[in-house]
Design a protein around this ligand. Structure first.
Ligand code: FMN
Length: 201
């Protein structure tokens, strides 16, 4: 198993893998755990990484604007990401701040770019988390036809949101037979972006 002993290499690698996740549906970090601050406890859920930009320190996904995570972010903008790659034995954890984009150019751009099949959840008439008398997927009848077209999902635009996060800390842990290594990177606008250090795993 490869050994990483350069902070620069590790930091490059983390961001390369995050950027790949946004472009490749099969990439290991395509689905990450996203954490927000809830009123009673932290809230975690899986989401699909939809765009990433290392230069801007950005990582985004889309969601229903009526969902709990959106309310969480509107109350507390601090967020966390977590991913584990069992193939390479690497854990990544990221912290930062989030903004919710609903009726602006950021949301328009992602709505237009996404394949309609990836937007089929949004025309739902009830908000995620609404209680039901019996199990139901809640999908709108318009998206039950195949293939799903832009017209079928159009009513979902009013529920669609992009959650854009800006990362300020990165924590990387590599489990290795010869000893685990862990590195942390903190963004400091006053100094060089993302100052790294090794820490005890
Ligand atoms: C593999 C997987 C991918 C998911 N991707 C997303 C996503 O990209 N956006 C999203 O809002 N929910 C996604 N979900 C659903 C969330 O995990 C969660 O159940 C839902 O968003 C409600 O979360 P909330 O009540 O905490 O807001 C995904 C779930 C799974 C299992």
């Amino acid at each position: 198993m490869r050994r990483y002993t350069s902070l620069e290499t590790v930091h490059d690698r983390v961001w390369e893998r995050i950027e790949r996740a946004a472009d490749d549906s099969q990439a290991p970090f395509r689905i990450l755990t996203f954490g927000s601050v809830g009123e009673e406890h932290p809230h975690l859920r899986s989401v699909v990484v939809r765009s990433a930009d290392r230069d801007e320190r950005r990582l985004s996904f889309h969601s229903d604007r009526r969902s709990e995570k959106v309310a969480d972010i509107q109350a507390h903008d601090r967020i966390a990401w977590h991913g584990w790659d069992p193939e390479t034995s690497e854990q990544i954890r990221l912290h930062g701040t989030a903004t919710v984009h609903t009726d602006d150019a950021v949301a328009d751009e992602m709505w237009t770019r996404e394949d309609p099949s990836g937007l089929a959840l949004y025309p739902k008439s009830s908000a995620p988390g609404t209680p039901l008398e019996e199990p139901d997927d809640g999908l709108h009848p318009s998206v039950r036809e195949q293939p799903i077209t832009r017209e079928h999902v159009a009513a979902g635009r009013e529920h669609f949101a992009v959650i854009r996060t800006v990362i300020d800390t990165v924590d990387w842990l590599h489990l290795h037979a010869d000893g685990h290594y862990r590195a942390q990177f903190r963004f400091d606008a006053e100094r060089e972006p993302f100052e790294g250090r090794w820490v005890v795993p």
